[in-house]
Design a protein around this ligand. Structure first.
Ligand code: HPA
Length: 285
C-alpha cells in the first residue's frame, strides 16, 4: 500500500527518518566534522540569544567556529556566537550550536534549517531548540521558561525549493519530551509553563495589533526563530524539545517597547535556569 493511502493526503508521519532531499548538501560539513573528531551525538542543542553558557558545562569540549565547517551559515547579529561545540554530558556526546541564523538577517530557508539538517546527517537522536521569546500569555513573567507544545508557523510558505513534499506536523514537539522536561523542572525547582510558540519573520518586534492577533490566534509566546527548524526536524524524523525563555512580556500596560539589548539582558539572567533544565533533561534521555 502506498504511504498516501495509509496516512492520508499529507503522507506518512515521521516516525522513522525519511531519506529527504534536504539531507544532501550537509554531507561535506558532516565529513569535515567527523575528520575533526565530531561523532554521533545523542542530542543536538540549538542555543538561542544569550544562552551560550550551556556549552561551558560540557566535558572534553571540541569547538569549531562555523567558518571552519563548509557551508555553515554564520550569524551576523549580537548575542549569537557562531561556533559548533561537541562535549560530554553525563558521559554522552552532545552537539551544541552556539548561535543560529534568522530570516531577518536575509537568510534563506535552507540556511535557517542548516543546523537541523546537519544534526540529522550526523545521526543526532534528539533535537533541543531553545529561543528567546516575547510572552503573549498575560500570565507570563520575564524569566519564565515555556515548554513548547505546538507552533504557529507564520513563516510557512516561504521559499524552500528542495522540500518537495507535504508533511504532517502533529506532535512535532515530542509529547514525551515535554512530559520529561516538565518532570525535570519540578524535580529541580524550576517553574515552567506550557504553550504555543508563534513564529514571526522579524526583524520588528510585534505591534500592539500583532500582539492582540497572536493572543487571539492561540499563541502564548512569539519569537523570530524555531518554526522552520522544527518543520525540518519533523520532516527528518528528529524528535524535538523546544524551550522558550520569556525575555519580555509586551502586553498593553505591561511594557512599552522591546529592544534587542533588553532581550539579551533577560536572556543572561534567565540562562542559568534554562541551562540546568536542558542538562537535567539530557541526563535522563
Ligand atoms: N517578539 C519577537 N521575538 C522576540 C521577542 C518578542 O517580543 N522577544 C524575544 N524575541
Amino acid at each position: 500500500m502506498r504511504a498516501r493511502d495509509e496516512y492520508g493526503p499529507d503522507g506518512p508521519p515521521t516516525k522513522k527518518r525519511l531519506a529527504s532531499p534536504v539531507d544532501g548538501d550537509v554531507g561535506e560539513a558532516a565529513r569535515r566534522l567527523r575528520e575533526r573528531g565530531f561523532g554521533r551525538p545523542m542530542a543536538a542543542v540549538i542555543l538561542g540569544s544569550g544562552l551560550s553558557a550551556f556549552s561551558e558545562g560540557l566535558g572534553e569540549r571540541l569547538e569549531l567556529p562555523y567558518s571552519d565547517v563548509p557551508g555553515t551559515p554564520a550569524p551576523s547579529i549580537e548575542g549569537h556566537g557562531g561556533a559548533l561545540i561537541q562535549g560530554l554530558l553525563g558521559g554522552r556526546r552532545v552537539l551544541v550550536y552556539s548561535g543560529r541564523v534568522h530570516y531577518y538577517e536575509g537568510r534563506s530557508y535552507e540556511d535557517v534549517t542548516w543546523q537541523v539538517r546537519l544534526a540529522a546527517a550526523l545521526g543526532a537522536e534528539t533535537l533541543v531548540i531553545t529561543n528567546a521569546a516575547g510572552g503573549i500569555d498575560p500570565g507570563f513573567e520575564v524569566g519564565d521558561i515555556m515548554l513548547i507544545v505546538d507552533q504557529i508557523s507564520t513563516v510557512t510558505g516561504r521559499w524552500r525549493p528542495r522540500v518537495r513534499q507535504t508533511f504532517r506536523m502533529a506532535a512535532a514537539y515530542s509529547p514525551g519530551l515535554v512530559e520529561l522536561a516538565g518532570r525535570e523542572a519540578l524535580a529541580n525547582g524550576l517553574r515552567v509553563r506550557r504553550g504555543v510558540y508563534m513564529g514571526s519573520l522579524g526583524p520588528s518586534y510585534e505591534t500592539p495589533a500583532e500582539i492582540a492577533f497572536a493572543r487571539a490566534a492561540g499563541a502564548h509566546a512569539v519569537g523570530m526563530s524555531t518554526v522552520a527548524e522544527v518543520q525540518t526536524a519533523h520532516l527528518l524524523g528528529l524528535p524535538v524539545l523546544g524551550l522558550s525563555l520569556i525575555t519580555n512580556v509586551p502586553l498593553p500596560g505591561r511594557f512599552e517597547t522591546t529592544t534587542h539589548a533588553e532581550v539579551l539582558e533577560a536572556g543572561r539572567r534567565g540562562a542559568a535556569a534554562m541551562v540546568s533544565l536542558v542538562a537535567a533533561v539530557l541526563h535522563k534521555l
